[in-house]
Design a protein around this ligand. Structure first.
Ligand SMILES: Nc1nc2c(ncn2[C@@H]2O[C@H](COP(=O)(O)OP(=O)(O)OP(=O)(O)O)[C@@H](O)[C@H]2O)c(=O)[nH]1
Ligand SMILES: [Mg+2]
Length: 356
């Protein structure tokens, strides 16, 4: 899973990136538009994996991971002026979700704080980008038609794009448009920006963190939202001593590390769940989509397991913790054999029987 941190200049993207990754990329009050995006892979700090690792004492423990990209700051007008660089576009299109960092802290730079307006500005920018793209593509299709290349595929694409254009022109992001399977297929390669799952990270100051109920409810009417205190959490992430960090967190009312909060939130929002494989060699978390079947879960591990799938031997993490050992799970009758179509549940521990 790849999440892109985007936002206006100086909204605190790099600060939050550092908080999430424990990296120490330089933060700067003076935006440098040419700076390269920062990339990092973070582990999904799943408590259950830690527990399983204690129980099985494997040679290797593998957490699920999320890739984070810290983009350079956007400014209003970039879409119209065509000033998004091709590097920026190529990279942002590969993201599975976008997290918009919005400034909600006071600093010496400028007085006015307006998170709602900032969200609107970036949303407009992304929407405009999709709109311009669609218009250009429609023009190209019209051009093809004139040259006598009126294939069924192109006719269908034109129809789809006109529907999309209409939706965008009414100021609606594409994620709110229901597409048929065929329509979805036609536009998949275009990686529309407003089609991506979208989350707002409200970056509050240490002094106003947790006090913005009115503001937060207001934003939540239209967006998924999570609140961070970027600067503070970056400093927390760089503390060596976890006890100290915990104490500071309690002080301003932060429940868990920024990383744990973001990954949990992202899983929920994107509809991801985890299943586990355990053994003396490795304890490992795998990420799949809610609703995926046992055979799809097998495919997440290896295509051979999917092709040669016979059945899944399965029990749940909770049953294991409750019973105390794998053996006790069996004597208590909580051990299951599941077929191809079994819908995997979050926290299932599975071993795939296969034959290729
Ligand atoms: N007081 C306060 N300052 C912050 C906070 N988050 C970021 N800053 C400051 O805001 C300035 C910009 O932070 P960055 O993290 O570099 O912002 P950015 O969004 O990455 O900026 P660009 O990459 O230039 O667009 C820095 O001086 C930070 O120290 C915060 O939560 N509180
Ligand atoms: Mg930055």
């Amino acid at each position: 899973m790849k999440i892109g941190l985007i936002g206006l200049k100086n909204s605190g993207k790099t600060t939050i990136f550092n908080a999430l990754t424990k990296a120490q990329v330089e933060v700067n009050a003076f935006s440098n538009a040419k700076a390269e995006p920062n990339l990092a892979v973070v582990e999904v700090g799943d408590e259950r994996i830690r527990k399983l690792s204690e129980m099985y004492d494997p040679k290797k423990t593998t957490f699920a991971t999320i890739e984070l990209v810290d983009f350079t700051g956007l400014s209003a007008g970039s879409a119209r002026e065509g000033t998004f660089s091709s590097e920026f576009l190529n990279l942002i299109k590969t993201m599975d979700a976008l997290a918009l960092v919005v400034k909600n802290f006071k600093d010496e730079l400028n007085g006015e704080l307006n998170p709602v307006k900032d969200i609107q500005q970036i949303s407009d920018e992304l929407l405009l980008f999709d709109l311009i793209f669609t218009e250009n593509r429609l023009e190209r299709i019209a051009h093809q038609f004139k040259r006598g290349k009126k294939t069924n595929d192109l006719v269908f694409e034109e129809k789809t794009l006109i529907r999309i254009l209409d939706h965008l022109n009414n100021n609606n992001p594409l994620r709110t448009l229901e597409l048929t399977r065929d329509e979805e297929k036609v536009i998949r390669g275009y990686q529309y920006l407003t089609q991506k799952p979208f989350l707002v990270i409200l970056n509050s100051g240490e002094d106003n963190f947790g006090n913005g109920n009115g503001l937060i409810t207001n934003i939540q009417k239209t967006h998924d939202l999570i609140e961070f205190s970027g600067q503070f959490e970056m400093e927390l992430a760089q503390l060596e001593d976890e006890e100290d960090a915990k104490m500071f967190m309690d002080e301003i009312g932060i429940e868990a590390s920024a990383r744990d909060r973001l990954t949990k939130f992202a899983y929920q929002m994107l509809g991801y769940i985890s299943f586990f494989t355990v053994g003396a060699d490795e304890v490992r978390a795998w990420t799949i989509q809610k609703g995926d079947s046992a055979v799809q879960a097998a495919g997440a591990i290896h295509t051979d397991l999917m092709r040669g799938f016979i059945r899944a031997e399965c029990f749940s993490y909770n049953d294991l913790i409750h019973a105390g050992s794998e053996k006790a799970v069996k004597t208590e009758g909580a051990f299951r054999l599941e077929g191809k179509d079994y819908i995997v549940r979050d926290g299932d521990i599975m071993s795939i029987r296969f034959n290729v």
